[in-house]
Ligand binder design. Structure first.
Ligand code: FAD
Length: 470
């Protein structure tokens, strides 16, 4: 049996594990073993549907030490006027290059692809080669890093929670591109970003909106891509942040907060008539949202229980279907909604969100704190995890944690300096825009409202907790 001695054992080489490891080895002399069940890094991006893209700009995705893409602004298509967004294939290629040309080349990192982490046996951790069954025991001098805690579930790898009769046609978005005969219509099942991408892809490829039926048990709030732009377009982002902070400072209760966010263009409905119940951070451009609005056949009768050859049974009713109908499963949960736990514990780091919406940044900052601070108490004080998103109300706590941490980090010169250098920090480079009147206005309102917002968010969170216990 092979035995290895390492400083850190990182389990999972998705976006979280890669961003953490990249920063850790940049900031320290640590040696790291990365263990990954898949054959290469990139996590869920390896199993994504062929038309998947980042929903945020590439400019602040990936790892700190290597740019993703060219930081150019698209001139054509639904993303026109906004920073480029990598396709799934580009994201996978990027992570492979980061591994081969940066991490392995540093000699600080070893990568065990096709290996499962199976657990700890007394003082040693065990990893198993999925091809040979060979066991390697790993002695970890510093910490095990769990980069699987938020592991993503996808249509291509999950099992749907509903029954499907053998003659009914159910496909994943991955399989859509391989269809060889026309369908009598398309029924898209699910209300998350995957279903939005799938509907837009069908429309892009000539399927008329009347031929698409969208089963959306609960509508999500969506975000406007206009307000998620970095670099030269940063004043737009700061404008959005200042509007959120203003709304948070003034809201009388959680419902009022969402009303204000909607009124100032920060949160947007898919259907103006239906109040959303969920929020998972889906970002759309106005063009994409407008196109989705062309689909009028939206089914709101709860979750699907069974797909038959002539009927779909839902929790609150049933609708007809037929043998020529293609049903597209977009119901996978996406990121795991495991409960928050301390990021730093004796012998263990658990990668989680520190800022809602920006996971690679969160993982890289955890890597920086791990490399540069000593006590777990101090590290946890600097890194309170932000709760997973799901119900719309969860976002209120996530905003509270995000804003509070920003204030903490900005008051620490070492962390503030690192953030200003970090390409994963969407808000880097504010000082380059101080002469821009739009930035001056946004910053002024942010600074005037952030402390009142934090005081008010505490009250709003208490109201939500009281509601949850009644
Ligand atoms: C379609 C889609 C689009 C998205 N777009 C964006 C976006 O634009 N911006 C954004 O910030 N986020 C986006 N996300 C969220 C996205 O999930 C995160 O950005 C990120 O990729 C998640 O990375 P992760 O490393 O936490 O999880 P994963 O990608 O799931 O990686 C976890 C890894 O751990 C491995 N693993 C698990 N258990 C073991 C074990 N026991 N032993 C060994 N290995 C193990 C898995 O094989 C996997 O590779 C998107 C998500 C989806 C589904």
């Amino acid at each position: 049996m092979r035995v290895l001695d390492v400083d850190y054992l990182v389990v999972g080489a998705g976006a979280s594990g890669m961003a953490f490891t990249d920063t850790l080895v940049t900031e320290s002399g640590a040696n790291v073993l990365m263990v990954e069940r898949r054959h290469r890094p990139g996590g869920h991006w390896n199993d994504g549907y062929p038309f998947v893209r980042l929903h945020q700009p590439s400019a602040y995705y990936g790892v700190n030490s290597r740019p993703l893409g060219r930081d150019s602004i698209d001139q054509l298509g639904p993303n026109s006027g906004f920073y480029e967004r990598a396709s799934g294939a580009e994201v996978c290629d990027y992570y492979q290059r980061v591994l081969d040309e940066d991490l392995l080349a540093s000699s600080q990192v070893r990568f065990y692809g096709m290996h499962d982490y199976v657990g700890r046996m007394s003082a040693e951790h065990q990893v198993v080669n999925r091809l040979t069954g060979e066991v390697t025991n790993v002695r970890v001098r510093h910490k095990l890093v769990d980069a699987t805690y938020l592991e993503t579930s996808l249509p291509s790898t999950h099992a749907p929670s509903f029954d499907v009769e053998s003659n009914a046609r159910l496909v994943t978005p991955n399989e859509l591109v391989g269809l060889t005969r026309p369908a009598s219509g398309y029924t898209v099942i699910g209300a998350g970003k995957t279903s939005m991408d799938t509907c837009n892809w069908l429309l892009d490829n000539g399927v008329p909106p009347e031929a698409i039926r969208w089963i959306r048990p609960r509508d999500p709030w969506t975000l406007d891509r206009f307000f998620w732009q970095p670099l030269a377009l940063l004043p737009w982002l700061m404008e959005g942040v200042s509007r959120q902070v203003e709304a948070a400072a003034e809201a009388a209760d959680p419902a009022d907060l969402f009303g204000r966010l909607e009124a100032c263009g920060q949160f947007i409905r898919l259907d103006p008539e239906v109040r959303p119940a969920t929020f998972r951070g889906a970002i759309l451009s106005a063009v994409e949202r407008e196109r989705l609005g062309q689909i009028e056949n939206v089914v709101r009768q709860g979750r699907v229980l069974r797909i038959g050859t002539d009927e779909i049974v839902l929790k609150e009713g049933s609708i007809p279907t037929d043998g020529g109908q293609v049903h597209v499963d977009c119901t996978a949960a996406g990121l795991n909604r495991a409960p928050i736990r301390p990021v730093f514990e004796p012998g263990r780091v658990t990668l989680q969100w520190l800022q809602w919406g920006v996971l690679p940044f969160s993982a890289a900052l955890i890597g920086f704190i791990e490399a540069t601070r000593d006590s777990d108490t101090d590290k946890n004080w600097l890194c309170p995890p932000s709760p997973p998103l799901g119900e719309a109300a969860h976002w209120v706590r996530a905003l509270d944690v995000t804003l509070r941490s920003q204030v903490t980090w900005q008051s620490d010169p070492e962390i503030a300096g690192w953030m200003e250098r970090s390409r994963l920090n969407v808000a880097r480079g504010v000082s380059e825009h101080v002469d821009d009147p739009r930035m001056q206005s946004a910053l002024g309102r942010y600074l005037a409202n952030v402390q009142p917002a934090l005081a008010n968010l505490e009250q709003l969170c208490k109201q939500l907790e009281a509601l949850a216990t009644t």
